[in-house]
Design a protein around this ligand. Structure first.
Ligand SMILES: Cc1cc2nc3c(=O)[nH]c(=O)nc-3n(C[C@H](O)[C@H](O)[C@H](O)COP(=O)(O)O)c2cc1C
Length: 194
């Protein structure tokens, strides 16, 4: 059984719906337990994060970066950093913003840097870029062509109905990949300990 925690912030619900898609993808891998942890609850749920085999970080892109709420969580994790509490856990990340580009790459780099500071092992998206040739379409997985983690685009004047179904499928794929990696990672660590 591997445990995956998804720590996310969402000001207006879009990133939350996408975090739920990551959770659904992870849950589909047998032997996986998934918890969704809004950043506001992270401190109170510290033990859950410490017990996770993988932590997936998710933030909307606000002003080309993680949101202020997520940045506050990042600084809070310095306590866990001092204890090396997350050393060798798997990590991954996702973001969402209104523009197709919107400087989302910067947010993913920031999430990966957080994981690297903690000594975690980063799991990228692992999907070829979609929607980048004459026969491709918006329905392609990874239509925004990310590699570090998952990216979604949500129309500024709509709720979650303004997010392309392919983005939800891309986020599910990220969840599956992290869960499969966590299962293998845990088996290896258990075999070494035996
Ligand atoms: C303070 C603020 C800053 C934003 N900055 C960006 C940005 O840099 N790039 C972008 O494409 N969208 C930007 N947006 C749009 C959000 O990324 C978009 O609405 C997203 O879906 C919000 O996710 P949430 O509902 O989970 O908060 C910004 C929105 C807010 C409120």
């Amino acid at each position: 059984m591997s445990n995956i925690a998804i720590v996310y912030h969402s000001g207006f619900g879009h990133t939350q719906a996408l975090a739920e898609a990551v959770a659904a993808g992870a849950q589909a891998v047998s032997g996986t337990k998934v918890s969704l942890v809004p950043v506001a609850e992270a401190e109170a749920r510290e033990a859950e994060l410490d017990a996770a085999d993988a932590i997936v970080f998710g933030s909307p892109t606000y002003m080309g970066s993680v949101s202020a709420d997520f940045a506050r969580f990042e600084e809070w994790t310095s306590k866990r950093w001092m204890a090396r509490a997350w050393q060798n856990k798997l990590a991954s990340g996702f973001t969402n913003s209104a523009s197709w580009n919107g400087d989302k790459q910067n947010t993913l780099v920031q999430l990966m840097t957080l994981a690297m500071q903690h000594g975690m092992v980063w799991v990228g998206l692992g999907l070829a870029p979609g929607f980048n040739h004459s026969k491709s379409s918006i329905e392609d997985l990874n239509r925004l062509g990310a590699s570090i983690g998952a990216m979604a685009q949500s129309n500024a004047d709509q709720g979650v109905e303004g997010i392309a179904p392919s983005d939800f499928r891309t986020f599910e794929a990220l969840g599956r990949r992290v869960a499969e990696a966590a299962g293998r990672w845990k088996e290896e660590l258990l075999a070494k300990a035996a």
